[in-house]
Design a binder for this molecule. Structure first.
Ligand code: NAX
Length: 327
C-alpha cells in the first residue's frame, strides 16, 4: 500500500460526482495500491443530500477508501488536499448571459483558490470541471499565488475522449488504436479538436478520413456533443464527464502512455502563440507527476485560424473576470 492520498471534491452531491466518487474509491483514478481519503464539499443546502452519497460510499465497502469527510467550508475541505477536483459551480439558468455566469462563479473560485493556497498540501494538483472551466481555473490560480501555477488545470479530457470516439466510429478502429488527438483552447463550442497529428494503429489519421468529413462533420460534432447529450438525455453529460476527470488525474499522476499524449487545459507558457498564463487546452505528455506541452507541432492554416478563434474567446473571458476584480 502506498501512502494515502487526500482527494477533495466539490459539488459532491451533484450528478458528475455521483459517477466520479465511486470510481475514485475503487482505485480507478490513482491506481490499485493507493488508498484515498475523500473530502466532499457542498453548499449548505446540499449537505443533507451529500450525507446520503457518503452513506452509499460506505456501503461500497471499498478496500481503498480510508475515510470520508463532509464540509460546506472550503477552508476545511481543502486542508491537506493532494488532489482537488472542483466540480461544483453555479449553473447557467434561464436568462443568464455568459457574462452573468462568469460573475456568478467568480466569488466561488476566488474563495476556493484562496483556501487551496492557504491549506492544501504542497503537492496539490487542481482540476476544474465546473464551467466555465478554463476561466474558473484562471480565477482559482490567480488567487493562489503560493501554489505553482502549473498545478491548476481545467478539463478538456471529455472533449478529447469524444474526439477519439468519433474517429473510432468513423474508421471502425478500436479507441485503443487511436493516439495523438488534440483539443486546443477553451472547453466551449469554440474548442478545436485536431487530428492533424493523430494516428490510427500507427497510420496517420489524415490518410484514413477525408478533409471534408473532418471540417463539416467531425469538428462540429465534437464541439456540439455536450448539447446533443442534453437533447437526448434531458440532462448534461455526467458519467462521461466523471470518467474523463478520472482519466485526467490518472494520467497526470501516473503518466501518459509511451508514444501518445492527452489534452489538458493548463496555463500557457507562450507555446503556439497562446498568451502566457491563459488556461488553454494543449497536447501534453505526463511523467513523474508533471506534464509537458508537446512542442513544435506544425499547424496548417485551418488549424491556426481555429486556435486563434478559441484563444480570442479565452482572452475575452479573462478580461471580463479581471474587470470584475476576480483575478
Ligand atoms: P450538478 O448541478 O448536478 O452538481 C453541481 C453541484 O455543485 C451541486 O450539488 C451544487 O450544490 C454544488 N455546488 C455549487 N456551488 C458549490 C460550491 N461553491 N461549493 C461546493 N459545491 C457547490 O452539476 P453537474 O452535472 O455535476 O456538473 C458540474 C459542473 O461540471 C457544471 O458546471 C457543468 O457545467 C460542468 N461540466 C463540465 C464539463 C467539462 O468537460 N469541463 C463537462 C460536464 C459538465 O457540463
Amino acid at each position: 500500500r502506498n501512502t494515502p492520498v487526500t482527494v477533495a471534491v466539490t459539488g459532491g452531491a451533484g450528478q458528475i460526482a455521483y459517477g466520479l466518487l465511486f470510481r475514485i474509491a475503487s482505485g480507478a483514478m490513482l491506481g490499485p495500491d493507493t488508498p484515498v481519503r475523500l473530502r466532499l464539499l457542498e453548499i449548505p443546502a446540499a449537505v443533507a443530500s451529500l450525507e446520503g452519497v457518503a452513506m452509499e460510499l460506505e456501503d461500497g465497502a471499498f478496500p481503498l477508501l480510508d475515510s470520508i469527510d463532509i464540509s460546506d467550508d472550503p477552508w476545511v475541505g481543502f486542508a491537506g488536499a493532494n488532489v482537488a477536483l472542483l466540480v461544483g459551480a453555479r449553473p447557467r439558468t434561464a436568462g443568464m448571459e455568459r457574462s452573468d455566469l462568469l460573475a456568478a462563479n467568480g466569488p466561488i473560485f476566488t474563495e476556493q483558490g484562496q483556501a487551496i493556497n492557504a491549506s492544501a498540501a504542497d503537492d496539490v494538483k487542481v482540476l476544474v470541471v465546473g464551467n466555465p472551466a478554463n476561466t474558473n481555473a484562471f480565477i482559482a490560480m490567480s488567487n493562489a499565488p503560493d501554489v505553482p501555477a502549473e498545478r491548476f488545470s481545467a478539463m478538456t479530457r471529455l472533449d478529447h475522449n469524444r474526439a477519439i470516439a468519433q474517429l473510432a466510429k468513423k474508421t471502425g478502429a478500436p479507441a485503443a488504436d487511436i493516439a495523438r488527438v488534440t483539443i486546443w483552447g477553451n472547453h466551449s463550442a469554440t474548442q478545436y479538436p485536431d487530428v492533424g497529428h493523430a494516428t490510427i494503429a500507427g497510420r496517420p489519421a489524415l490518410e484514413l478520413v477525408d478533409e471534408a468529413w473532418l471540417r463539416d462533420d467531425f469538428v462540429p460534432t465534437v464541439q456540439q456533443r455536450g448539447t446533443a447529450i442534453i437533447q437526448a438525455r434531458g440532462a448534461s453529460s455526467a458519467a462521461s464527464a466523471a470518467s474523463a476527470a478520472i482519466d485526467h488525474i490518472h494520467d497526470w499522476v501516473l503518466g501518459t502512455p509511451e508514444g501518445d499524449w492527452t489534452s489538458m487545459a493548463v496555463p500557457s507558457d507562450g507555446s503556439y502563440g497562446v498568451p502566457e498564463g491563459l488556461i488553454s487546452s494543449f497536447p501534453v505528455t505526463c511523467a513523474d507527476g508533471g506534464y509537458t506541452i508537446v512542442p513544435d507541432l506544425s499547424l496548417d492554416d485551418f488549424s491556426r485560424a481555429r486556435l486563434t478563434a478559441t484563444v480570442a474567446e479565452l482572452e475575452q473571458e479573462r478580461d471580463a473576470v479581471v474587470d470584475l476584480g476576480f483575478a
